[in-house]
Design a protein around this ligand. Structure first.
Ligand code: AMP
Length: 196
């Protein structure tokens, strides 16, 4: 089963994607984590994208599409994957469709976490405190820009998936566990799936 977890920055995508991997064995593919890994490793790509992430802007589509295309080939994605932070533009969504069609595969569900905008600011402030400011883009100023980018470039790809009847809305204001329960119910997954 292949899933996209969708929503604005701070909606809880990473938390839920990590849980889907731990409990259900669906591999979390976080493009943000991959890019931060490249930056930490000071790779050529990392040096190229560092300033873009600092500003909360988007890395170019061809870099991101190539990154995901290589990654979904890995054996650890055989059971399925959870895309966290990808696609973020219509071009990325269309490229994803094409690469999955080539593999005789598809996206099964797009899970949208909805969260009030005020709560996003509170959550990002909390995350910055908890991680000691590890992410340079977790500031009120950059979050404003990331939200603008989300509204202008990322949210508009939802109709693409709505047309395919794949969009499932989830109230991301609930407790983490309640959100997880909603996700499991929508995906038809049993809580103890991996242990069985
Ligand atoms: P995230 O951890 O998903 O919030 O991503 C952090 C930052 O990485 C974003 O603000 C972008 O600069 C960059 N990024 C992550 N995923 C993508 C993507 N699919 N397309 C373009 N830029 C991305």
């Amino acid at each position: 089963m292949n899933i996209i977890i969708f929503g604005p920055p701070g909606a809880g995508k990473g938390t839920q994607a990590k849980r889907l991997e731990a409990v259900h064995g669906l591999k979390q593919l976080s493009t943000g984590d991959m890019l931060r890994g490249e930056i930490a490793a000071k790779s050529e790509l990392g040096q190229k994208v560092e300033a873009i992430l600092d500003r909360g802007e988007l890395v170019s589509d061809h870099i991101m599409v190539e990154m995901i295309e290589n990654r979904i080939e890995h054996e650890d994605c055989a059971k399925g994957f959870v895309l966290d932070g990808f696609p973020r533009t219509l071009a990325q969504a269309e490229a994803l469709d094409a690469m999955l069609t080539k593999k005789n595969s598809t996206i099964d569900h797009v899970l949208v976490l909805t969260v009030d905008e005020d709560a996003l600011f509170d959550r990002i402030k909390k995350r910055a405190e908890e991680t000691g400011g590890e992410r340079s883009d977790d500031t009120v100023e950059v979050l404003r820009d990331r939200l603008d980018v989300y509204k202008a470039q990322t949210a508009p790809i939802l109709p693409h998936y709505a047309d395919q009847n794949k969009v499932r809305m989830i109230d991301g204001m609930q407790d983490i566990e309640q959100v997880s329960n909603d996700i499991d119910r929508i995906l038809g997954l049993n809580k103890a799936a991996k242990a069985m």
